[in-house]
Design a protein around this ligand. Structure first.
Ligand code: PGA
Length: 267
């Protein structure tokens, strides 16, 4: 059955509890009366506001933007996967390019964080993607292969299939510049092939791949289902609950359409 993810990365936004509360009340109003059977929505607020996000509307899960790969101890300023789990967090973004850039995260560190997330039953949303210069040098495939090989190294099939991958080319984040559907399809096909080689075809099918970078509802189709992506990771637009909910609605409609099509083919 076709299923999509719409994940909102709120980044370092909302400057007070009041702003967070305001966001939540608008989100609740927007979702009211809607049902999602084929879409999983999630919002990932700054750590400070996580407890305010306890009573999210049905269909929208609580996510975090990072974790530290230890359970507890002398790690000043860090947040453990167990703390997140105990706070009701279900999804966690790992290795966002802004963390690679500003916090020096490497593929090896990202791998450790994924293992820690899985150990404590959090679903990791791991970000991969090339920089603008790497794209110009036609190195996209090489960079993505290196990221995937390092991040997934040594994982079992059952660990791998729980991971959600978000392909977020750095040059498309916060820029309004987008890859074409054709370019995204190429990446999708390459990732499927890599996962088949590393694990097997069934596992490769189960690893969800999202697109992220300047996503808006007005061209959702082009960057998600038309490119065989399993949904989107949304930054700036997720600050507008109306947009996030609109994307969830469009994904629900598309999933229903695809599921009907495949059941009529079978029937
Ligand atoms: P953007 O960010 O949608 O604002 O480009 C996406 C992301 O960084 O996840």
């Amino acid at each position: 059955m076709r299923k999509f993810y719409v994940i909102g990365n709120l980044k370092m936004n909302m400057l007070s509890r009041e702003e967070a509360a305001q966001y939540l009340s608008v989100l609740r109003r927007e979702v009211q009366g809607k049902r999602y059977e084929h879409v999983t929505g999630a919002v990932c607020p700054p750590f400070l506001y996580l407890s305010q996000f306890d009573h999210l509307p049905e269909g929208i899960k609580k996510g975090a933007q990072n974790l530290f790969p230890e359970k507890s101890g002398a790690y000043t300023g860090e947040i453990s996967p167990v703390m997140l789990k105990n706070d009701g967090v279900e999804y966690v973004i790992i290795g966002h390019s802004e963390r690679r850039q500003h916090a020096g995260e490497t593929n090896e560190m990202i791998r450790e964080k994924i293992v820690a997330a899985l150990k404590h039953h959090l679903i990791p949303i791991v970000c991969i993607g090339e920089m603008a210069a790497e794209r110009r040098a036609e190195e996209t495939d090489r960079i993505l292969a290196l990221q995937i090989q390092t991040i997934f190294a040594g994982l079992s099939k059952s660990q791998a299939e729980k991971i959600i991958v978000a392909y977020e080319p750095c040059w498309a984040i916060g820029t309004d510049v987008l890859p074409t559907t054709g370019e995204l399809l190429q990446v999708r096909v390459m990732l499927r092939k890599m996962f088949t080689e590393m694990f097997d075809a069934q596992t490769a099918e189960r690893i969800a791949v999202l697109y992220g970078g300047s996503v808006k509802s007005s061209f959702l189709a082009e960057v998600s289902w038309e490119a065989q992506m399993d949904g989107v990771l949304v930054g700036h637009e997720s600050l507008f609950p109306y947009e996030l909910v609109k994307m969830m609605g469009l994904c629900e409609e598309e999933a229903l359409r695809q599921n009907e099509q495949s059941s009529s083919r079978i029937g």
